[in-house]
Design a protein around this ligand. Sequence first.
Ligand code: TLP
Length: 345
Amino acid sequence: MDYVDLRSDTVTHPTPEMREAMAKAVVGDDVYGEDPTVNRLQEMAAAMVGQEAGLFVPSGTMGNLTAILAHCGRGDEIIVGKRAHTFLYEAGGVSALGGVHSNQIMEQPDGSLALEDIQAAIRADDVHQPVTRLICLENTHNRCGGTFQTPAYTRRVCDFAHERGLKVHLDGARLFNAATAQGVPARDLTEGVDSVTFCLSKGLCAPVGSVLCGSREFIARARRIRKQLGGGMRQVGVLAAAGIVALEKMVGRLGEDHARARRLAEGLRAIRGLVLDEGTPATNMVFLSLAEEVPFTAREVAEKMKSLGVLVGVVGERRFRLVTHYWVDDEGVEKAIEAFQEALA
Ligand code: TLP
């Protein structure tokens, strides 16, 4: 059965054009820096986010981990949102592998970190305390609803950080969704950051990979850390080739996913028993909950939906996340709305 898969945009398959580019990719040993396709992808990626250099990594998780370990030493501290992917869903890698301590602060509902909360989290110069080194941002913000931050906000945090001798890392897994939603180039959202990762494998449909970008000096350090983590890959141009197609062909169409998310939200809003989050969707994610009177759990509803050919993300006892992407068309959206209706009947 062909499911309408709304669990995540991580489920996207490569497009036929990507598969063709992968088959034809010219490759070399990337640990020697000799894979021309990887080098081209890294240059393209860095240019798109206004940074000097890029580093191809197997996943967003490894990109964030590599960046944080390149910015911080053991016992240093990062300031990070309580609902940040890096804090919630990366298996505690920064502390397990890097000895990096995290100081979590609550995001604002829109996923931003308030400057006064950041200020309050910065440690004093005191032997009892870890040394604050880095502020971690996320744009779009996954668990805050796929919300986006503006160029002005990012610049404000960067200025604030730099005045205090701190660095800023941006988890831009869905950076191009944030850019599309605001009609700005991605580089406007990365101006001032010391490092940024974005994923090729989510809405952009590449099968694998993210790119970490920053200054040449930073990327040289990150390259050694990637090697320590076992992420030095060899003839990986076969994957980078799909990433190049992702950047050339898929960035410009993300607005279609956002429009489908809006249509999906509109259809679901009309169904009794479903309560949509205020303001959802900001980009390609729709967050919603079951109304109190519904006698099922989200998991039970998801099981029924599955039998109707629709897969949904369960993110709480009574809560769902639905993510639109390239492989969900208009028909899929209507099918999902009907399936919810039937599952709750
Ligand atoms: N997010 C996944 C899950 O891990 C939750 C998803 O389905 O949304 N940063 C952000 C903001 C992310 O949403 C993700 C993946 C990552 C980093 C990690 O990327 P990968 O999966 O490539 O390690």
